[in-house]
Design a protein around this ligand. Structure first.
Ligand code: IPE
Ligand code: IPE
Ligand code: MG
Length: 246
């Protein structure tokens, strides 16, 4: 067997790790409500959980982690909550990302960055540039991200190439489409984790998850830690991936 349980501890097989784990970090609001705290306290605790999980994933040897931090639909929330999340992001770009940098972590952002406040866009540019040579692992933060919007933006760029005569419509292959997604060049996630008991995709990585395995847990994101990450990988390592073959 390729895994073992010792004293009830979950032991993942380091030789069969997913290269890329995508995480829908859900349940911050419910975590706060359980403690009679404002929702923004839940987002703060969620940001701390992210730092913890990135550190653990890196120690384990995971190469890519993509996290859903703010969706194209999350603008529908109250102005107060959106502002609190954006402030947290500003803080995060200064603090946690600086710690990641020291830890050899590369930072990338997916989503329509142009929809964010200009100061945040600037900070993102700096952090992406400063971390581009880092080899330890890559954290992809999905900000103002929607899978449909990503496809729309990609298709628009492809259409421009066709219009200008640089590309013929017959040449459009799956590889062409992939090359125009925000995730161009990144392997598809083998494992998608969603916390908080919800079992839906909520417009995350629609193209890229064609053959991903899914791990759903009732744990709320701010409570998610090393053990939960190990459980998810353990679960993944016990799935039989078929890719349509038999
Ligand atoms: C996820 O937690 C974080 C974001 C979507 C920004 P939620 O804020 O969705 O938490 P719940 O689902 O209300 O508990
Ligand atoms: C998905 O969570 C988006 C993020 C985690 C950033 P939501 O809480 O926004 O999704 P729904 O509304 O439950 O589908
Ligand atoms: Mg939610």
């Amino acid at each position: 067997m390729f895994f073992k349980k010792k004293n009830d501890a979950i032991i993942v097989d380091p030789s069969r790790l997913p290269k890329h784990i995508a995480i829908i970090m859900d349940g911050n609001g419910r975590w706060a409500a359980k403690r009679s705290l404002p929702r923004k306290a839940g987002h703060k605790a969620g940001a701390e959980a992210l730092e913890r999980v990135v550190t653990e994933a890196k120690k384990m040897g995971i190469q890519h982690v993509t996290v859903y931090a703010f969706s194209t639909e999350n603008w529908k929330r109250s102005n107060d909550e959106v502002a609190a999340i954006m402030d947290l992001l500003r803080h995060y770009l200064k603090d946690s990302f600086q710690r990641f940098l020291k830890d050899d972590v590369r930072m990338q952002v997916i989503g329509d960055v142009s929809g964010l406040d200009v100061d945040i866009q600037e900070q993102i540019k700096v952090i992406v540039e400063e971390s581009k040579e880092k080899q330890g692992m890559t954290v992809h933060i999905a900000l103002n991200y929607g899978g449909r919007d990503e496809l729309r933006r990609g298709i628009q760029k492809i259409a421009e190439k066709v219009e200008s005569g640089e590309l013929s419509s017959k040449e459009i292959s799956e590889e062409t489409i992939e090359a125009y997604l925000d995730t161009a060049g990144v392997p598809d996630p083998e494992l998608v984790i969603r916390t908080s008991g919800e079992e839906r995709i909520s417009n995350f990585l629609l193209w890229q998850i064609a053959y991903s395995e899914f791990y759903f847990t009732d744990v709320l994101w701010p409570d998610f830690g090393k053990k939960d990450l190990e459980k998810a990988i353990y679960y993944y390592q016990n799935r039989e991936r078929r890719f349509g073959g038999r």
